[in-house]
Design a protein around this ligand. Structure first.
Ligand code: NAD
Ligand code: 89V
Length: 343
């Protein structure tokens, strides 16, 4: 069986999860690492036993025989790195947020299409076990036709210690976290036709908004509320759980804190434990996200092998990014933004 050889660019906080997951995926291997920060590059190389280290992507692409590139840097460098990988004829994974603008995102999609290489956005939240359990429950037909939903992430977890850049950007929670929640809303309820949003900043120590409430009209006729906050202090902080509610014509689904999912149908109510696995290298409370990193990267390898388009391809992610842009526009001017991606 082919073992795809990957080069990973960006050896920071989140790349550690990518690297642990790659070690567990039989069909792929990270053979080279690249980071502009030499100290970090060498430390991560030592941690994962990768000896081929590069301070710049050109040098890595020139020296290595790769099958794909995994871009785990922050958003500012995404376009240049993705376009460079595509120019080298290599399939590429790009971390979220895919781009800071729809223009950059569209350019990356076009560039990879032109080069004939697959492009996947590392949009992992829809790969979480509890989210997939909700989708499976909807697809089983047990609750009938969904007509209302809520995708909710409310926490006061200190994300700024590990990711200081999150406190510095003009945009914060929608671009960083809401982007996952909006993608989940698409995944569960279909494409949105209209979006209205309100935001605010509660934490005075950061630049961007840390609370957002979004209302989506889906092409299916369903309405959903997507809400997120890093300013919500509760007795038992659910970080990083996304809680979901779905009302259907025949019943309902509630994904509650502690990974408990209750499906109520004409047959009654059944509550099940939809906890993610605690992988050997994972830790609480992050294990839900960490398991989804393994799942999406395995999906990438399956797609490379089969030639199928990844579920969260660059092309697919344009629709999630359009919701992010619509949310900022709506929050700024008070309008409801029409989207042209209704299913
Ligand atoms: P980080 O700042 O800790 O790490 C980024 C690394 O990339 C740094 O080491 C930096 O030196 C390196 N780098 C930047 N530009 C480079 C370039 N041109 N060439 C080589 N190296 C370069 O950031 P992070 O917290 O690891 O976040 C990385 C990305 O992961 C962000 O886009 C973030 O939104 C995303 N993220 C995703 C999840 C998720 O669940 N999907 C969770 C956390 C972070
Ligand atoms: O998933 C993410 O993008 C992370 C976090 C969960 C902390 O928001 O930045």
């Amino acid at each position: 069986m082919t073992r795809f050889r990957g080069g990973l660019v960006g050896c920071g906080f989140f790349a550690i999860n990518h690297l642990h997951a790659w070690r567990d995926i039989e069909g792929a291997e990270i053979v080279a690492l690249c980071d502009t920060d030499r100290e970090r590059l060498e430390a991560v190389g030592r941690q994962f036993g990768v000896a081929r280290l590069y301070g710049d992507v050109e040098a890595m692409l020139a020296a290595e025989r790769l099958d794909f590139v995994d871009v785990a840097t922050t958003v500012a460098s995404h376009r240049a790195l993705v376009e460079r990988a595509a120019a080298a004829g290599l399939p590429v994974i790009c971390q979220k947020p895919f781009a800071a603008s729809l223009e950059d995102a569209g350019a990356m999609v076009d560039c990879c299409a032109h080069a004939g290489v697959p492009l996947m956005v590392h949009e992992n939240f829809r790969w979480q076990t509890p989210i997939r359990a909700v989708r499976d429950a909807i697809e089983s037909g047990a609750i009938g036709e969904p007509f209302w939903g809520r995708v909710s992430f409310r926490s006061a977890y200190d994300v700024f210690s590990a990711q200081p850049y999150l406190a510095q950007g003009e945009r914060f929670i929608i671009e960083d976290l809401g982007i996952h929640s909006l993608d989940i809303a698409r995944f569960l309820f279909g494409e949105a036709a209209r979006l209205t949003a309100r935001t605010r900043r509660v934490n005075p120590a950061i630049r961007g908004e840390d609370v957002a409430t979004m209302l989506l009209d889906h092409g299916t006729g369903a309405t959903s509320v997507v809400d997120c906050s890093y300013a919500t202090h509760t007795k038992s902080d659910p970080f990083p759980e996304t809680l979901v509610e779905v009302d259907g014509t025949q019943g309902s689904i509630r994904l509650a804190q502690g990974y408990r999912m209750t499906v109520t149908s004409r047959q009654g109510s059944v509550t099940s434990d939809v906890s993610p696995r605690l992988l050997p290298w994972a830790e609480r409370p992050w294990f839900n996200i960490q398991e989804s990193v393994h799942a999406i990267q395995k999906h990438w390898v399956d797609c490379l092998r089969s030639g199928a388009e990844p579920a969260t391809s660059g092309r697919d992610n344009l629709k999630t990014l359009a919701l992010v842009e619509a949310a900022y526009r709506s929050a700024t001017d008070g309008s409801s933004v029409e989207l042209d991606s209704a299913a």
